[in-house]
Design a protein around this ligand. Structure first.
Ligand SMILES: C[S@@+](CC[C@H](N)C(=O)[O-])C[C@H]1O[C@@H](n2cnc3c(N)ncnc32)[C@H](O)[C@@H]1O
Length: 174
């Protein structure tokens, strides 16, 4: 678990500023950071975009950890955390479903299941955002492989926002 926590704490802390500025997240009313870990990315987003609301969805212990950090950051009025499983039905109706560094640890079959859950929850009006390193550092799938994966899950790449080594793929339902 220690190794997992180290990963959670270092990489998003390093990349969050780039992800925050790669897209106008404030244009979305609310987001769910699916598998959002300790809330580092969501906290950075809520700090940058004062009208944005958001929730981390993660396994119970991690969600509790994220909730405490979001509270401590003074963001409880716009942010929180939900205990959940991204293989199950997700809360519907948010405008953005973020998957940051989540698909990298999953084989194609599991990744498609997670993507489908997000797509179902996003519906016609929401979007799914896959955030992954696509350059050298720790890249598990490059951009063409990620594109093929999301298309095989029935999603369309509407745009790719460049955040340096990190890519933000904006996806919509077909
Ligand atoms: C590699 S970490 C990425 C964390 C975060 N998105 C980030 O950018 O640092 C994967 C996250 O998925 C969560 N996770 C693993 N299995 C899950 C499941 N079945 N449902 C929801 N979250 C899960 C883990 O607890 C962890 O927080």
């Amino acid at each position: 678990m220690k190794g997992t926590e180290d990963n959670l704490l270092t990489e998003p802390a390093l990349d969050a500023p780039r992800i925050v500025s790669a897209y106008d997240w404030g244009a979305l009313g609310d987001v769910i950071d699916v598998g959002g870990g300790d809330g580092t990315l969501l906290i950075a987003l809520l700090n940058e975009y004062p009208a944005l609301r958001g929730q981390v969805l993660d396994l119970p212990d991690v969600a509790e950890w994220a909730r405490k950090r979001i509270d401590a950051a003074g963001l409880a009025d716009r942010g929180g955390a939900i205990a959940g499983d991204f293989f199950d039905e997700l809360p519907a109706g948010a405008e953005g479903y973020l998957l940051a560094y989540v698909l990298r640890n999953r084989d194609d079959e599991d990744a498609r299941r997670i993507l489908r859950r997000c797509a179902e929850a996003a519906g016609e009006d929401g979007a799914v955002f896959v955030i992954e390193t696509v350059a050298e550092r720790g890249a598990h799938r490059d951009l063409p492989a990620l594109t093929a994966l999301v298309e095989s899950a029935g999603l369309v790449v509407a745009d790719v926002h460049d955040a340096g080594e990190v890519a933000v793929l904006e996806l919509s339902n077909r």
